[in-house]
Structures are given as C-alpha cells and as structure tokens.
Design a protein around this ligand. Structure first.
Ligand code: ATP
Length: 234
C-alpha cells in the first residue's frame, strides 16, 4: 500500500534521514520505534507531504506521491495525526471535527461522519460544545484521531499518540488504534513507547540517527536482545 524507497531528508546542512526504505501493506499496523531525534517524525512528515525529500521515492497505492501536497494526500486517503495533536484549542470539539471534514462539501455526509466519530469516542459527544483546549490530554488525543478519521483515511499515520498520557489512557488509545485497524484502516505508528507499540503492531522498524537498523515481525522485535536493551529497559 505504501512504499518508501531510499529517501534522504536535509534540514539545511543537517542530513536527518539517510536513505530510509520501508513498506506498509494493506491491513497492517507497522510501527517505527527509536530514540528522540532518530528521525521518526521526519519520516512521517515526508510521507504526508509536509517535507520534501532531497531524493528517494514514495508510492501510495501504486502511485508516486513524492512531493504531493498534504491536502491532496488527504483526498487520496492518507492522513496524519501529528505529534502534539495540533487541535484548535479555542474552538469547540464539534468545530474541530467539522474542520477535519472540510474537503467534503456535502453537509449531510459531514454530519454523519461526525456522528460516526462520536459513536467511536462517546467522550467527545459528551463534550462537543467544550473548547478543545480545555479537554484533558487523552481527550485531546481522541479529538485529534477523530478529526483525522473525518477524512475516512485508508492509511493513517500516527505520531506519538501516547505522548503525555497516563498509563491508563495510553492503554485506551492503543486499544482504539487496534480496533481501527481491525475495522480496515492501515496504520503507520511512530512511538517512543516501544513496548506498547510492538504489542499491537504486526511489524516494526527500529530507527537510529536517520537509518533503519533493524526490522522484523513485532513479536520478534519484542524478543530481540538489541531492542530489549535499547528500548525496553533491559
Ligand atoms: P522525537 O521522538 O524526539 O520526536 P524523532 O525521531 O521524531 O524524534 P525528528 O523529529 O524526525 O526525530 O528529528 C530528526 C533530526 O532532525 C533531529 O536531529 C532533529 O533535531 C532534526 N530536525 C527535525 N526538524 C528539524 C528542523 N525543522 N530544522 C532542523 N533540524 C530538524
């Protein structure tokens, strides 16, 4: 479904991504794990069109999408939930969701899609008129995911969904991710929380200083001495 071939990304003179290749097949949850600054966010931002790679190629559902604008990719079924959530803090919950559906000019359909999101996240329905900035961290993460779902993505990119959440909420968010996947959404998940990510993923890639150093089935990575030592606390 998604194929990334030998991409290189520079920030000025900094060579942040040094030839990364990876694949995501339809129906999978694939996770990218790695330390702070390894380049995980840069990879997601390159896939979703926020950063242009200096070289390399990205293909989505058989079509070259290298350098294609983010908005066009959302139309084609590829949406990212960014790190830090980026919700509109001074707008109510429902307006944030409406914005997630802004490409759809059919108001009735947008209303139905919002209803679908409320069914998945009942907490958001209860708080639909509340300003998004006053939601708790976990609720904001639900809102960010709900907003992304408004565009009915076939491939969802998630950047650190567990960031800043309490262990119980982390569990909730991960079980929602698993459910979304079981209902047909393919997922590429970036996480610092390697243990949780590998426990729901089918496959994983380990990123270190702009390169992939290890890849395999998630269960094998969980068992791998290198991963245990570097990312699972020994
Ligand atoms: P984290 O888990 O901390 O978010 P990450 O693995 O997602 O880290 P990136 O955010 O992709 O890593 O950063 C990779 C490298 O690129 C880092 O060294 C970072 O400092 C650098 N970098 C990222 N964005 C920029 C930018 N806009 N300008 C300059 N350097 C950048």
């Amino acid at each position: 479904m998604l194929k990334v071939e030998d991409i290189h990304v520079y920030y000025g003179a900094i060579h942040a991504i040094k030839g990364i290749s990876l694949e995501v097949s339809q129906g999978e949850i694939v996770t990218l794990i790695g330390a702070n600054g390894a380049g995980k966010t840069s990879i997601l931002n390159t896939i979703c069109g926020l950063i242009k790679p200096k070289s390399g190629k990205i293909t989505f559902e058989g079509k070259d999408i290298t350098g294609v604008a983010t908005q066009e990719l959302v139309k084609r079924g590829l949406t990212q939930v960014p790190e830090g959530r980026r919700i509109f803090a001074n707008m109510p919950v429902y307006e944030n969701l409406e914005l997630g559906g802004y490409l759809n000019k059919n108001k009735k359909e947008v209303a139905e899609d919002i209803e679908r999101v409320y069914n998945r996240f009942p907490r958001l329905r209860e708080r639909k008129n509340q300003l998004a900035g006053s939601l708790s961290g976990g609720e904001q993460q639900m809102l960010a995911m709900g907003r992304a779902l408004m565009s009915k993505p076939r491939l969802l990119l998630l950047d650190e969904p567990s960031m800043g959440l309490s262990p119980i909420l982390v569990k909730d968010i991960f079980s929602i991710i698993k459910e979304l996947n079981q209902q047909g959404t393919t997922i590429l998940l970036v996480e610092q929380n390697a243990k949780m990510a590998l426990s729901i993923a089918h496959r994983g890639y380990v990123v270190e200083t702009g390169r992939i150093v290890l890849t395999g089935m998630a269960a094998d990575l969980l068992d791998s001495p290198e991963v245990k030592k570097a990312y699972l606390g020994g």
